[in-house]
Design a protein around this ligand. Structure first.
Ligand code: ARG
Length: 563
């Protein structure tokens, strides 16, 4: 039940304002002594031709107070105090009735949103930056779908470009087939790095690479076969990561997919007079926007990353008619996206405004061993495996008798990593610190999961709750605060969607867990004397677990029943 809306409707009965306007004026007071909602009367002074203090007094007398504990005026403010008992009851019942759907809505109905996320480069490691994109994109995908949007998840694989010519050359010269079989990406990376080292001594290699890419572009059988091999091997490896994380996509149309779709875009640019020659290359000038020119075709005729993104945007608009086209990509590509969106605007498409670059920061590691690994590349498997084995250590220490420890450690360890990515505002850099992210008492994934498991253990001990429950007594400060966090769940998701900022939801889930633990520490649930109150409390525990589960699920984190 949306109390804010009820407050707005009650006020609306006495004032000449749209209910939405009233609702937007309503404030949440900083202290609970000032009520749960406050309506400031300043705006009405003109129409009422009265001082705001008097208006609030008059409203206080006239307003329908049903369902509220009291309505008071405090100077120019009208303060509403919710009836805690009926509020608690309505929220808990809503959670129980709606279950896995609690917090969802239909606000996005009929709207398509494309989300470009993860998008690793084939034949290269899936690195920690890609996991950042994957975590944010997956959370947005799930939240948007939960709120009724038709989300389309796109993995814009980096599977095209001159580097594949170099790789083919490197492959022909140095590949170790056994190593390739065993760990394809490691071997492909090794020969790719070797190519660059060798090319410094022998620049002819670069020409050789260029020649192979040209053949690849022309569709020459042997080169295409090799490229396909690289791609298949890489995808197999990536799929393992996605399975482990529980991440899915609707489309794997990567850069190569746009190979035959760039010419029409280039033609259009030419027809619209936006494309100019510059040192042999074809570019779109961006002087007025204070940006370097956006290169569309290099002097040697090759297209680039931006050309493919341009073709991709056109294709996505045509295919999905998106109301928003989201790109979850690191902040270091911010100029690239500004340029691409600008070109679309220059082509005369208003929907350029609906393209959003959802940027994120850098990832660093406090653990020296992890960050200095050869070539500065951190393999994702290593990161996840370490998180899991460290979690296992904690479990062995805290709860050595636990069943299927490995399975639990996998969920908690992987969850802790995802949580770390989604905890702070996405544009902030992240420093991974094991002690911090695996701390069961900090603001961490394990803390939230532990809270869930604790709730579940209370419920197991209590057994089936069959008797009557008296919600009118759930009025203590701790109970009311907890219920308020459960009530605010949907708004947190909508806010996160609106700002394309999953951390808003992550924070809210932490708030729920904190409120629950405060309640748990202040009240002995099982020793509650009044059976009906005890039942109401148990229902509240059940509702809390449900909402935490829904929240973690949207963030891409699994819960465990025991830990
Ligand atoms: N493959 C790119 C990288 O690893 C990310 C692609 C992002 N998506 C896009 N449409 N450009 O940096």
């Amino acid at each position: 039940m949306d109390y804010k809306k009820i407050v707005a409707e009650r006020i609306k009965e006495h004032v000449d304002l749209e209910v939405d306007v009233v609702e937007s004026l309503i404030e949440i007071p900083p202290k609970s002594e000032m009520g749960d909602f406050a309506f400031p009367c300043f705006q009405l002074a003109k129409t009422f031709r009265k001082a705001p203090n008097m208006i609030s007094q008059e409203l206080q007398e006239k307003i329908n107070k049903e369902g509220f504990e009291k309505v008071e005026c405090m100077g120019p403010y009208l303060n509403f105090f919710m009836d805690k008992g009926s509020f608690g009851q309505s929220i808990i019942e809503a959670v129980m009735n709606e279950g896995d759907k609690y917090g969802s809505s239909e606000v996005g109905k009929g709207k398509n949103i494309t989300i470009d996320y993860s998008s690793p480069n084939i034949a290269k490691p899936f690195h920690v930056g890609h996991l950042f994109s994957t975590s944010i994109g997956n959370a947005l995908y799930k939240m948007l779908s939960f709120e009724g949007y038709n989300s389309i998840g796109i993995n814009h694989l980096g599977d095209w470009g001159t580097q594949f010519g170099k790789l083919i050359s490197a492959y022909k010269r140095w590949v170790d087939e056994d190593a390739l079989e065993k760990d394809p990406i490691k071997e492909l990376l090794r020969i790719y790095v070797k190519f660059h080292d060798e090319a410094e001594k022998n620049p002819e290699l670069v020409d050789e690479g260029r020649m192979y890419f040209k053949k690849l572009e022309e569709g020459s059988e042997e080169e295409v076969k090799l490229w396909k091999k690289f791609k298949d091997l890489s995808l197999k490896k990536f799929q393992k990561v996605y399975d482990r994380l529980g991440v899915e996509f609707d489309s794997y149309a990567g850069e190569s997919f746009y190979n035959d779709k760039m010419d029409t875009v280039i033609e259009e640019l030419e027809n619209k007079g936006i494309l100019v020659e510059s040192n042999g290359a074809k570019v779109v000038m961006m002087e007025e926007e204070n940006m370097p020119p956006c290169i569309i075709k290099k002097a040697d005729g090759a297209t680039i990353y931006a050309t493919r993104d341009l073709a991709a945007a056109m294709y996505r608009k045509k295919t999905y008619d998106f109301s928003k086209g989201i790109y979850v990509v690191g902040g270091d590509q911010s100029l690239h996206f500004k340029q691409v969106f600008k070109v679309i605007e220059k082509m005369g498409y208003e929907w350029a405004n609906n393209c959003k670059h959802v940027a994120f920061g850098l990832v660093r590691f406090a653990d020296k061993k992890l960050s200095t690994r050869k070539g500065q590349v951190i393999f994702l498997d290593d990161l996840l495996n370490q998180a899991v084995s460290k979690t296992l250590e904690v479990i062995n220490e805290k709860n050595p008798g636990l069943d299927n420890k490995e399975e639990v450690a996998e969920k908690i360890g992987v969850g802790a990593v995802i949580f770390t990515y989604l905890k702070n505002r996405r544009e902030k850099d992240i420093v991974f610190k094991w002690e911090e992210m695996l701390n069961f008492e900090g603001e961490t994934g394990p803390y939230v999961q532990y809270t869930y498991a604790r709730g579940k253990s209370i419920l197991r001990r209590a057994g089936e709750v069959s008797g009557e429950a008296d919600f009118s007594k759930l009025t203590s400060k701790e109970e009311f605060e907890l219920i308020k966090t459960l009530a605010g769940f949907n708004e947190a998701i909508l806010d996160a969607i609106d700002k394309l900022e999953p951390s808003i939801l992550t924070r809210h889930v932490v708030d729920i867990a904190k409120a629950f633990n405060k309640f748990y520490n202040a009240h002995n649930i099982m020793n509650t004397e009044d059976e009906k109150v005890k039942n109401a409390r148990l229902k509240m525990v059940e509702a809390t677990c449900q909402v935490i589960k829904n929240g973690l699920n949207l963030l891409g984190i699994k819960v465990v029943e025991r830990m």
